[in-house]
Write a new protein. Structure first.
Length: 255
């Protein structure tokens, strides 16, 4: 009889300890508790710190407030100019109202992922391929605004959406490569033409100066002879123009 009473007392003490442990919750700084009492939500969020619950009557759901990084799987998108591409993205969001995240939606993580996928297809499908490739910041901002507007009733704040990769078909990649090559060739021709134009302008100025000063032509002739003699060790014979001698003769007569 005494042994039975001792066992019963031990069981009661053990049950009390278990109930007490379940009634005490330690909530971290980045967590909040949403407490339901007999099925009705208690006003306000509990935590951080030590939270006391009424055993059996209260049921608590823990919600994290830290920013969640979620990959959006690749989506098949047809752009406005009828180009089929695969696009994936990454979304950053966090819970700003734990009570709404529990009450308003069954699973806010899954719901946010699904709304991000559908929004990615709908928003990027309205853009042309060039806009999708060159105006990435504009597309990211449009995605963030639309997704955030959809998740706001759930107490979820979408802070950033970034398009990661845009996978193009092979034929489209080849077409873009040919277009880029043609653009580079066009720029090279423009640069060469500009260089030739500037060189022609300088030559015209030099010819004008030489035309005004006949002796300058003779000096240029002598300079050319000096350059050729320096570069080649073999003997080179140049005819001396009569105009060259006449210029020197004229100079001597004037003296």
């Amino acid at each position: 009889m005494i042994g039975l009473i001792g066992s019963l007392g031990f069981f009661v003490v053990f049950l009390f300890i278990v109930v007490l442990l379940n009634a005490i919750r330690v909530v971290r700084e980045y967590e909040r508790l949403v407490v339901f009492r007999l099925g009705r939500v208690r006003p306000g969020e509990k935590g951080p710190g030590l939270v006391l619950l009424i055993p059996i009557i209260d049921r608590a759901i823990k919600v994290g407030l830290r920013t969640v990084t979620m990959d959006v799987p690749p989506q098949d998108i047809i752009t406005k100019d009828n180009v089929s591409v695969k696009v994936n993205a990454v979304i950053y969001f966090r819970v700003v109202n734990a009570q709404d995240a529990v009450i308003q939606v069954e699973n806010y993580l899954y719901a946010t992922s699904q709304i991000a996928q559908t929004t990615l297809r709908s928003i990027l499908g309205q853009a042309e391929l060039d806009e999708l490739l060159s105006e990435r910041e504009k597309q990211n901002q449009a995605l963030q605004q639309v997704i955030d507007r959809q998740t706001e009733p759930w107490g979820v704040k979408v802070t950033t959406v970034e398009v990661k990769n845009v996978d193009l078909p092979q034929e489209m990649q080849r077409a873009i490569a040919r277009q880029a090559e043609a653009e580079r060739e066009r720029r090279a021709k423009i640069i060469n033409a500009e260089g030739e134009y500037q060189a022609a302008a300088r030559l015209a100025e030099a010819a004008s100066v030489i035309a005004r000063e006949p002796a300058a032509m003779q000096l240029r002739y002598l300079q050319t002879l000096a350059e050729i003699a320096t570069e080649n060790n073999s003997t080179t014979i140049f005819p001396v123009p009569v105009d060259f001698l006449r210029a020197f003769m004229t100079s001597m007569e004037k003296k």
